[in-house]
Design a protein around this ligand. Structure first.
Ligand SMILES: [Zn+2]
Ligand SMILES: [Zn+2]
Length: 126
């Protein structure tokens, strides 16, 4: 896992924070939080690095924990489907609804490499 420098300007107070972060290679995405050393404001961050040149891609999410939102939505969807399936089980033999396995994003690195980073999502259980 490459350790990459990150210079982050706090959007609340403007303080410059110099950090070094562990960045996983795509398709793995790491969720991280950075805290301003001056005002303590927390920013959520998605981190992944180009698998070819290991240069970092960063995604700032300010105060919203975006991956957590996606996973909770997917969980709600899976719960809903499970409910529908259970209510229909006396009437139908098979219940197959495709559920997305992951949330993915296509990225293009400065080195020219195109790659995908992804977050696994909750799945229907048997
Ligand atoms: Zn700050
Ligand atoms: Zn690259």
């Amino acid at each position: 896992m490459p350790k990459l420098p990150l210079r982050y300007y706090c959007y609340v107070c403007g303080h410059t924070n110099d950090l070094k972060l562990n960045v996983p290679l795509a398709p793995k995405i790491e969720r991280d939080e950075i805290k301003c050393a001056n005002c303590g404001d927390v920013t959520h961050l998605l981190l992944t690095a180009c698998p070819k040149c290991e240069g970092a891609f960063r995604y700032y999410l300010s105060d919203l924990d975006f991956p957590q939102e996606i996973v909770s939505l997917a969980e709600a969807y899976v719960k809903l489907l499970t409910g529908v399936r259970d209510s229909l089980k006396d009437h139908i033999k098979e219940f197959n609804v495709p559920v997305p396995k992951k949330w993915s994003v296509n990225l293009k690195c400065e080195c020219g490499e195109e790659y995908t980073a992804e977050i696994p999502l909750p799945q229907l259980s048997g």
